[in-house]
Design a protein. Structure first.
Length: 131
């Protein structure tokens, strides 16, 4: 089986996708906002071929989300950057991804809480980013 250089960063959705992508390194925390993620983990990621970002779900103001995601994205050097589209702040994440020509991934199904993907959706996303 071929090795894959993959890192998944972000919030609880990143944790969920990471659970089904065992070849990926996960740097994520349940409930973390974009600014808190940058404060805890920094904003420079240069070691991955594939970098997957799931942030925005736990943010408040759209302007703070946009500024945080742009700061984070500016420090990323990866061959492929995927953004998992959140239910909250969806448009902000789409705009940042488009600005950099990044890939986006939306969960095929969301659980009853209206935020988190279903187990099958987590599996599908993990397979897509790190087959």
């Amino acid at each position: 089986m071929m090795s894959i250089d993959c890192t998944i960063i972000g919030d609880s959705i990143a944790v969920g996708v990471g659970a089904f992508a065992p070849r990926c390194h996960v740097m994520a925390q349940v409930g973390i906002s974009s600014p808190a993620f940058i404060q805890k983990y920094g904003s420079t990621f240069t070691t991955s071929e594939i970098l997957v970002i799931s942030l925005g779900s736990n943010d408040g103001a759209e302007g703070i989300t946009r500024a945080s995601l742009l700061l984070l994205r500016k420090g990323i050097k990866a061959k492929y950057v995927w953004w998992i589209l959140p239910q909250h702040n969806h448009e902000v994440v789409v705009a940042v991804a488009a600005q950099y020509g990044d890939l986006t991934l939306a969960p095929s199904k969301v659980s009853k809480d209206g935020v988190h993907p279903t187990v099958d959706a987590y599996k599908e996303m993990a397979h897509k980013i790190a087959p």
